[in-house]
Design a protein. Sequence first.
Length: 302
Amino acid sequence: MDRSVYRPQWTLAELQAAPNFTYASRRFVHAFEEDGDRVRVRSTSIDGGTEECHEGRALVIAAGTLGTAWLVLRSLARYDTPVPILCNPYAYVPTLNLGMLGRTPCDRRYSLGQLTAIVRVPGRIIQAQVFSYRSLLTFKLMKELPLAYRESLRLLRLLVPNFAILGIHHEDRPSPDKLCVLRRGERGAPDRLEIQYRPSEEEVRMHVADERLVLRFFRRLRCVPLRTIRPGHGASLHYAGTFPIPASERELTCDRDSRLRGTRAVYLADGSIFPWIPPKGLTFNLMANADRVGTRLAELLA
Ligand SMILES: Cc1cc2nc3c(=O)[nH]c(=O)nc-3n(C[C@H](O)[C@H](O)[C@H](O)COP(=O)(O)OP(=O)(O)OC[C@H]3O[C@@H](n4cnc5c(N)ncnc54)[C@H](O)[C@@H]3O)c2cc1C
């Protein structure tokens, strides 16, 4: 409410006020192709399934890292060709905040991240965010307690304000075992992105050591870790790095303007272009880069 948290709909509303802006919603884009100085986009209307073709001088794709990978690899017919994929590894750790014991919790607490912690170690940083359990659901904890529901509920009402939940995020860099490949759908089935994400043993060791370091600092703040939960690869949802802007020129990468190499005027404006990702959530960086791409393209097309 009241625009206190950014949503893309606010930007869309600003754009819709411009006379030279058209919003074609509820289309599924399935391919693009270049023809001379034009780019064509093929899409299907979700209402009625009619096929459409839209044409322009340039195309900016921001379908999310996975959506863009699917669309680019398909449009360039690069099936069975691995491209890198990144996703911040993370763990979350419920802690008992001893400082809250015996105190009356304030009910008007913000339910998003309460605090961000940055720990610098040589060559990298580690990032942790603290949430109160207020934002989550008590019934999810109730089933974990070895008590009857009524007793569990009473106990949790007393305990929940004393929990502080940490989300600990790590940076991510490409490696030969983090790949994304487009496979051609057989017998009319849709094309499918196949993803393999295996961090090296060295990376896993580093994550565990870094998490211990972060938890040491939180113990000093009297937050006692109860358990470390690893939700699995891909769970941070911070996807990036499929067509990066690298130091050297390679196919299936972007140049410094975020133009996809091998195309004349197809630009990527989402997580695809990042060669690595820091541990902090990537969305502000995505927005800053999308703004940069739009500004640059407006200059080029002027
Ligand atoms: C539960 C959750 C919590 C998160 N929390 C955080 C956080 O705290 N901090 C943070 O930084 N990030 C967070 N993220 C990640 C964040 O949401 C993403 O980084 C961000 O939304 C990516 O923006 P994007 O515009 O690149 O892609 P998206 O937001 O995914 O937008 C892509 C759009 O393209 C459309 N699309 C895709 N393919 C096609 C196609 N073929 N045709 C037509 N349309 C298509 C999709 O429908 C979608 O609307 C979170 C994500 C989730 C799911």
